[in-house]
Design a protein around this ligand. Structure first.
Ligand SMILES: Cc1ncc(COP(=O)(O)O)c(C=O)c1O
Length: 377
């Protein structure tokens, strides 16, 4: 085996234990591992919208958006997202990952200081690496650290990058305070709302950036989103001013050199957006509260709960034992966690029955407790 092949073999072995061998359990088991927070990927209206778009436009956008890959389904989704999230303009991408790449590479130039939260998602980290900007990674969720980085910078421009609700700990960024710092030190704030839309925010859960308190410095705010979590589809979006949208469309390589978002995914996300109702969000919130109480962990700002485990092995074991019983939960462990702590991650979801929830709470509690005790022996 040559050296590259041996390195690849080691990496493949490491990932083998990850859940790449899907089976019907994902569809038939009690799924508390997906990002379908509001259960909309299976909603009849969402499915019908996707099917209708396939009948009309086919299964693919067939080309980059700038060639022939744009359909009315894209325009309708972009207009609806812009209205709902309260931004002048929106442009969509074939994934949230690519939306983040586009946002950061469009906004950050060679004379920009990027101030990035230590818990930011891999797509934001990769996006920073693709720019010629300077980078400061600041302590997690620490607006004072952001302020210091902005105040003492040498670069003319600054871009602060955070998530509205962080995927690792489920905590929320202090957006009003960050916006104040950005206004004071002439910076832009890029907020990834992947885990916020449909889950957090005051008005119809349009994410935290749309919350009324943020209107004051709205011109400083740029948002990215994924369509693949509470919107039950796939794809991503960038929201901001017309200038930012136009700049992304004309310069972002992950927009220009990528086949457009599939029209069926655009139509599904559009239908899902209309189904984010107070009741549906309340159902997710109810299951979140019940899980948090049973597992004795804080209620997160997002839908994902975090049960810290003493070792990666104990977390993986808990997940495997739950899986054997038909209960699917996530498990994040090093190197995928910024603070090195392994966590079992049950995800709250709308539409779970009280029996399902009670059963899940009891089994997750009992199995994680047992795995913690075994690890201590
Ligand atoms: C915070 C955050 N941003 C971006 C993404 C990427 O979104 P997508 O899955 O649509 O590529 C994810 C996905 O896990 C995420 O958690």
């Amino acid at each position: 085996m040559n050296v590259i092949a041996s390195r690849l073999a080691a990496a493949a072995e490491w990932r083998r234990s990850a859940d790449l061998d899907r089976n019907d359990l994902v569809l038939n088991g009690l799924d508390l591992a997906s990002n379908d927070y509001l259960g909309l990927s299976q909603h009849p209206i969402v499915r019908a919208a996707a099917i209708e778009a396939i009948e009309r436009y086919g299964t693919s956008a067939r080309a980059s958006r700038l060639v022939t890959g744009t359909t009315p389904a894209h325009h309708r989704l972009e207009a609806a997202l812009a209205e709902r999230l309260r931004h002048p303009e929106c442009v969509t991408f074939s994934s949230g990952y690519l939306a983040n790449i586009a946002a950061v590479t469009t906004l950050a130039g060679p004379d920009t200081l990027i101030v990035s939260d230590a818990h930011n998602h891999a797509s934001l980290i990769d996006a920073c690496r693709l720019t010629k900007a300077s980078l400061t990674v600041v302590a997690h969720n620490d607006p004072s650290a952001v302020e210091a980085a902005l105040a003492y910078r040498e670069q003319a421009e600054a871009l602060v990058i955070v998530e509205s609700v962080y995927s690792v700990l489920g905590d929320a960024a202090d957006l009003p305070r960050l916006l104040q710092h950005c206004a004071r030190y002439d910076a832009l704030l890029l907020v990834d709302e992947a885990h916020g839309i449909g889950v957090a925010g005051v008005e119809a859960h349009s994410g935290m950036g749309a919350a009324a308190g943020l209107i004051e410095h709205r011109d400083r705010l740029v948002v990215t989103a994924t369509l693949s979590k509470s919107l039950g589809s796939q794809g991503g979006a960038l929201l901001g001013s017309k200038l930012i949208r136009d700049a992304a469309v004309n310069t972002a390589r992950s927009f220009i050199f990528d086949t457009g978002l599939a029209p069926a995914n655009a139509a599904a996300a559009h239908a899902a957006l209309g189904l984010i109702t107070r009741d549906r969000v309340a159902s997710m919130e109810g299951s979140r509260a019940q899980l948090a109480t049973a597992l004795e962990v804080p209620i997160p700002a997002g839908a994902v709960l975090s049960v810290p485990m003493p070792t990666p092995e104990s977390g993986v074991r808990a997940r495997a034992l739950l899986r054997k019983e038909g209960i699917l939960v996530g498990c994040f462990r090093p190197p995928s966690v910024p603070d090195g702590i392994t966590r079992v991650r049950p995800t709250a979801r709308a539409g779970l029955s009280s029996d399902e929830l009670a059963h899940a709470c009891e089994r997750i509690r009992s199995i994680t407790d047992a795995c913690v005790s075994t690890a201590a022996e």
